[in-house]
Design a protein around this ligand. Sequence first.
Ligand code: 13P
Ligand code: SF4
Length: 361
Amino acid sequence: MFDVSIERLVRGGQVEESRAARVAFLWEEIRRLKRDKHAFVPAHNYQVPEVQAIADIVGDSFELAVRARNVDARLVVFCGVRFMAEGCYTLAPHLPVYLPNQRALCSLAEVDADDLEERQDFLRSLGRRFATMTYVNTYADVKALSDVCCTSANAAKIAGRLDVPDILFVPDQNLAYQVAIKTKRMYLPPPDPHAFHPKEYLARIEPLLREGERQGLVGNVFPWEGACHVHHEMTLADIATIRREDPTAVVIVHGEVRPELQEAADEVMSTSQMVKYVEAHPEKNRLAILTECGLVVRLELEHPETRFYRVCRLCEHMKAIDLENVYLALRDEPPECRVTVPENVRVGAARAMERMIELAG
Ligand code: 13P
Ligand code: SF4
C-alpha cells in the first residue's frame, strides 16, 4: 500500500494543481467501486504515484504473481502491463482479470513460440543437458514451453537450484548475464536479433564452450537476444556522471541493464528489493537508482530526506495505465479489457510459474 495525499502529490509536482479535484474524485469513485464490487487492484512499482495510491498491493513482478494465487475478490483490475495481468489470470483462472489499457505491453515479451522451439531443438541437437528458464516478462505460450519461470528477484537463486548444467534463458540477455555470473556458468553471447543461424552461432560459441569446460564451470547460459528498451538504453556514462559528481552515492541498477553496468554498480536488484534496500539503509541517503521512473518518484515521496539522482527512464507501456482508465475498467468491466489465455496453454504456463514459486521458496 502506498499512502499519500493529493496535497503532497501537488506539492511534489506529480499532480498538476488543475487536476487535483479530478484526481480526488477518481480516488473516491475507485475506492467506492472496489468496495461495492469486491474488486482487487494490484499495481506494479512502476505505476504513477496516483495509481499506486489506490492499489491494494504494490510490488515487483514476483510479489504480484505470488499474491495472485490467493486473491479473495470477485474481479481483478491490474495496474501493470499485459504479461503481468496474464500471469495473474494464469494463477487465478477463476477470476475475471481486466487490463485497463490494451497498449500496456512490454518490449521484452514479444518472443515467438516457434522460434523458441527451434532454439530448443538446436540445443538438443548439440546434446546439451539444459533447462528452459523464462523470465515472467513473456506471454503464456512461451511460458508453457518452459521448465521454469523466474523474475529479477529470484533468477539466480532458481538457476542455482536447477539440476542441469546449461540454461536457455529467455528473453532478457542482460538478466541472463546476472544468472551466469552468480551461478558460475559461462555467459555466451546472444545471437543477433532476428538472425539466428545455427551453424554460424555454433562457430561463434564453440571456443567459449571449451573455455567454460577448461575453467571447470557449472555449465553455460544460452541467452535469448531480447532486451528491455528502457534499461538497455542506459549507459556506463550515466553511472560515470554520478560517480564523478558524488563518489559516495550508492548506485543500484535493475537486472535488465547491460552487463557492464551491472559490473559498475554497487547493487543489482529487482524493483521491490530496491524499495526494501532504501527502507533498511536510512544512512545511505544519496542514491542513484537506474530503473523506470515510477519507482524512483515513489521513493522520493516516501523518503524526502534522501537525495535520489535523476537517472531513471520512462516506460511508456507502464504509463499507458492511468486513473481514468482504471476507473472505467472497474466501472464498466469492458469485455475488450478482459485478459484470458486458452486453457491448454494456461495449464502449461501455470506449471512453469508454480515451479518458480516452489524453487524461490
Ligand atoms: P521487477 O520484477 O523487478 O518488478 O521488474 C519488472 C519489470 O518489468 C522490469 O522492467
Ligand atoms: Fe517491459 Fe521494460 Fe517496461 Fe519493464 S520497463 S515493462 S521490461 S518494457
